[in-house]
Ligand binder design. Structure first.
Ligand SMILES: *Cc1c(COP(=O)(O)O)cnc(C)c1O
Length: 384
């Protein structure tokens, strides 16, 4: 049996042909494939606009800047996420704060968020970055109601959840990244995510002004749009109107993304099958806590996380058997960099107890039935 990682990309012959065709074309970057990928992706999540960028972290960084965060301003996120969800606030000179997780969904606890906001003067916080952790869609309708009350913007970190949705109070399916509630949503195309471009990211929004601003920030703050120019010296003329970056995705990557996106729903279906199978085998096991998923969401299962008392023991047992489970995540506030900023153990007890016991089992579309059987067998062997 080959080693089994917790997550893995799938590259098909079609993917390879798509990339080769772009390599033979006139454009390697910022050509037609970028626009095609953006159009396809916006359609997939149900948003008006999509902006392709170099990675998910750049997507977060540019979104925070585009929403106008200024040095010293405060933004709230969850401690159970990848560090980038918090770091992006610091890139803009802002300050990050956290709200503890709900122990059932592992998502930011909305009651605690409300409590935190009510304890501060209006305007103390500028925005919230909720995370569709593991693929569990945040109820953005509920969050939006809170954010309207306290004047906060929302950047949905949807890196784990392309294809996921929740059902709103009117019974409508609201897909992650559709822009109905969040000002912007961000995605990553790192190889462990649902679809990959090697490195890559996407921002989706329904806000035309934000879209224009993000396009400028992606490429140095430069525009050539005649409607936006202050002067016009001729066909060559451009203006740098603000300080932007080079966060462009290449056409080579975009062509891979288009090809991957075309079968994203198949991958999602397979992830759900795998999750159901784990659920069947572990649900009634007293030693394992499986994810609890509300009927009103479509979980995208980027990760399949169980909780177990002897997490280190199980991790080592699986590793010895060539199964490379992983831990998602060490709470952000306990990372040394954040502890140096003043956070400490005990600050977010739910996040910390989740971290003590969580383990992500192998979850990716090409995980075969035989491999999954082997993983289940080795987990149960440890528990006995
Ligand atoms: C992967 C990930 C990111 C960062 O994406 P990169 O493309 O690796 O920069 C941000 N947030 C979450 C929740 C992620 O899983």
């Amino acid at each position: 049996m080959k080693p089994i990682p917790y997550g893995k990309q799938e590259i098909t012959e079609d993917d390879i042909s798509a990339v080769v065709a772009t390599l033979k074309s006139d454009y390697l970057t910022q050509g037609p494939k970028i626009h095609e990928f953006e159009k396809d992706f916006a359609e997939y999540v149900g948003a008006t606009y999509a902006i392709a960028v170099s990675n998910g972290t750049a997507a977060l960084h540019l979104s925070v800047l585009a929403l106008g965060l200024k040095p010293g301003e405060r933004v709230i996120t969850t401690p159970i996420t990848f560090a980038a969800s918090a770091n992006c606030v610091l890139y803009a000179g802002g300050e990050v704060d956290f709200v503890d997780i709900d122990p059932e969904t592992y998502l930011m606890d909305m009651q605690k968020l409300r409590g935190k906001l009510e304890g501060k003067p209006r305007g103390y916080y500028k925005g919230v970055i909720p995370v569709d952790f593991a693929g569990y869609p945040v109820n953005l309708e509920e969050l939006k109601n809170i954010c309207n009350e306290f004047d906060l913007w929302i950047i949905e970190d949807a890196c784990h959840a392309p294809g996921g949705y929740f059902v709103d109070s009117e019974g409508k399916k609201q897909k992650c990244g559709n822009g109905a509630f969040a000002n912007a949503s961000i995605f990553s195309f790192h190889p462990v995510k649902h679809i990959t471009t090697g490195e890559g990211g996407m921002i989706t929004t329904n806000d035309e002004r934000l879209h224009k601003k993000l396009l400028r920030l992606r490429t140095h703050g430069i525009t050539k749009d005649p409607q936006l120019l202050l002067e016009n010296h001729g066909g060559w003329y451009y203006e740098m109107q603000e300080l932007g970056f080079n966060c462009r995705l290449t056409d080579i990557q975009a062509s891979l993304g288009i090809s991957q996106l075309a079968r994203a729903d198949d991958g999602l279906k397979r992830r759900m099958q795998i999750a159901n199978r784990y659920g069947e085998d572990f649900l009634y096991n007293d030693h394992i806590k499986v994810p609890i998923v509300s009927k009103s969401v479509n979980h995208a299962y980027h990760l399949y996380i169980i909780q177990i008392a002897d997490r280190l023991g199980l991790y080592n047992h699986l590793r010895k058997n060539q199964i490379f489970a992983q831990v998602h995540y060490i709470p952000v506030h306990l990372l040394p960099f954040y502890q140096q900023k003043g956070w400490k153990a005990g600050d977010y007890p739910m996040a910390e107890s989740f971290y003590e016991n969580c383990l992500s089992l192998p979850m990716y579309p090409t995980l075969s039935e035989k491999e999954q059987n082997y993983v289940i067998e080795k987990v149960l062997e440890f528990i006995k």
